[in-house]
Design a binder for this molecule. Structure first.
Ligand code: SF4
Length: 200
């Protein structure tokens, strides 16, 4: 994490506790015995980089994003086939799709790839049965009728909007544009999802 990101987080959280990601699982998952498995897909591209953000992100270009998704889809098939998860296969010992509770797209700004989310969802559906819906994290700029319609037609049922703050003081510190709450509410009322939450 860069110094500026660390200092911004220290100021906003009033804490010097380091922000550390830990991996509590093996890199190889025990698919057969895992209960309540949820799938997470990371789309790391953003139109601009926020100073406070500790997550894995990359400046967006259509070329980089499309190449990433091509490889992501290949990897979904490769990893899931390796774990014996494929619907149509006639081979012995395979052919079972595991039930997973959810599929969630985070980032980054996954809506930058909204036109290709259905391809990723199709790839996941070849190997898994998602029982409780598909979620996407959204930047407030992405809450437009066009993007919401595209997400709905891809099968997305839950959205989480990273407002960060409605207060101008904090928006300035965070380098975020003002959010028009009334306009946001209107667009969301006209394009309804099962769940709408405020995320990070
Ligand atoms: S848009 Fe979100 S993911 Fe991208 S840099 Fe800002 S906070 Fe991080």
């Amino acid at each position: 994490m860069s110094l500026i990101t660390t200092l911004t987080r220290d100021y906003l959280t009033r804490s010097f506790k380091p922000f550390i990601f830990t991996d509590n699982y093996d890199s190889v998952l025990d698919y057969e015995n895992l209960q309540n498995l949820g799938l997470y897909v990371h789309i790391p591209f953003c139109k601009s980089i926020c100073s406070f953000c500790p997550y894995c992100k990359e400046l967006y270009t259509p070329e980089k994003c499309n190449a990433y998704i091509d490889y992501l889809i290949k990897e979904i098939h490769m990893v899931a086939d390796g774990a014996g998860q494929r619907a149509e296969s006639g081979q012995k010992g395979v052919g079972i799709r595991k039930e997973v509770t959810s599929l969630y797209f985070g980032g980054g700004t996954p809506a930058l790839a909204h036109e290709r989310l259905s391809e990723i969802i199709d790839a996941v559906n070849e190997h898994f049965i998602v029982t409780e819906g598909i979620g996407v994290e959204l930047h407030p700029d992405n809450v437009t009728p066009e993007i919401l319609a595209s997400l709905k037609s891809a099968g997305v049922t839950k959205i989480s909007i990273g407002i960060q703050s409605f207060q101008e003081k904090f928006q300035t510190i965070l380098g975020r544009k003002p959010v028009n709450a009334a306009a946001l509410k209107q667009v969301l009322a006209e394009n309804q999802f099962e769940t709408v939450s405020n995320g990070t």
